[in-house]
Design a protein. Sequence first.
Length: 481
Amino acid sequence: MELNSVKGRVTETSVLVVGAGPCGLALACDLARRGVPALVVEQAPVLFPGSRGKGIQPRTREVLDDLGVGDAVREHGGPAPVGMAWQNGERMGEHRMFRVAAPTDAEPYGEPWMMPQWRTQEILLARLRELGGDVVFSTALTGLDQDADGVTARLSTGEVHASYLVAADGGRSAVRRALGIAMTGETVDPAPMLVADVRVAEGALDRLNWHMMNTDAGFITLCPLPGTMDFQLAAQFKEGAPDTSADGVRALVAERTHLDARDITEVLWASDFRPRAALADRFREGRVFLAGDAAHVHSPAGGQGLNTSVQDAYNLGWKLGQVLRHGAPEALLGSYEEERRPVAAEMLGLSTRIHRGQQERGAAAQQLGLGYREGPLSVGSAGVLEAGDRAPDGPSGDRRLFDVFRGPHFTLLAVGTDAELPRFAGPGIRVHRTAAYEAYGKGLFLVRPDGYIGWAGEDTTGLAEYLAPLGLAGVSPDRAE
């Protein structure tokens, strides 16, 4: 898609997404499969080239699977290598970096999956193009105005008028600055960090371990990136500023490890930063929403930044779809900040504690326990679950429940009950009966398009009233599965 840059002409779209990182691309994929016209613009001329957000948590794997890229993620990624401590060129012993659990029926992914961020973005962009969308590169936001009818964004290539704008343009978000929304936070660690993608000479360092060395000048780690020939290098600097040049990276490796500078055959990408934690004071200003790093900035130690960002997109996408395509009242969009800002705050705290060695990368880091029980869209309980809980996977005849849920629809799930059910038309709600299952107990569960239970009960009392504000009232009969 190309912007019309003729002076005085304005491109129209339903949603303008600023930023083509994992958050912006995930949102664009979700909107595209809902038939919502969206334009994605990216200031850079290409996708981000580095490995920075390399850990994909189990909950995010579920999200990516629903968006249609689960097979690609499985093919191009791999489990986290076991950590290996080194001292004076000698191996000191292995240790697990992350909690690893066996997959279960309810939780099909038991461990984080490693894949460089550039690969995640390539996979999402390919999926977006399959769905008929694309990204306009080399296009920067220079200003915006909004009124009751929409947002007019001034871009380096022209103007766009959109019903809504989503800022997914990173921690230095131009959109957030234009809106004057402050970030509240702290410096997690005053010591600057360097992160780089490097190639290591064959035989100089094995790819079976995540190699870690502590020195008086600060730590350095070399992590093999599955599906590539590369390692991600991360290093702390207690004094001085990191030298991100290729020669600087080679000298750093020679200084702090048993490797020679010549063992680093290529430096593909390098960057420096100071770990910080910050949360936007609000996630919405009128018709503009903040998502991903534009709304929250994490220390990379906890492996939460990319994951929280993708799940922001997953939460916002279906709500924009209901408003723009199915007539839901705009008030539905207010639930985005109400649900996601508390989650982002919780994950920021977790990332900071992990960075400071105050908490391990345990079950909480996998994000399977996150939910919206206190959110405005959560009503009722049944069996062993409450509205706002993640809807577990599990067998259902010859299918999996995640296969039943997959797609942009709601699912009314009847578990182990003969309660009379309504029948719905079209793609809005699908009805599915399954046998009693311990992960649910018995009852009725309305599963939202993002895989969380919105409403639950022993019968359908109150269901119609719940559906109306979601743009799902007045649907016609259709078959139940």
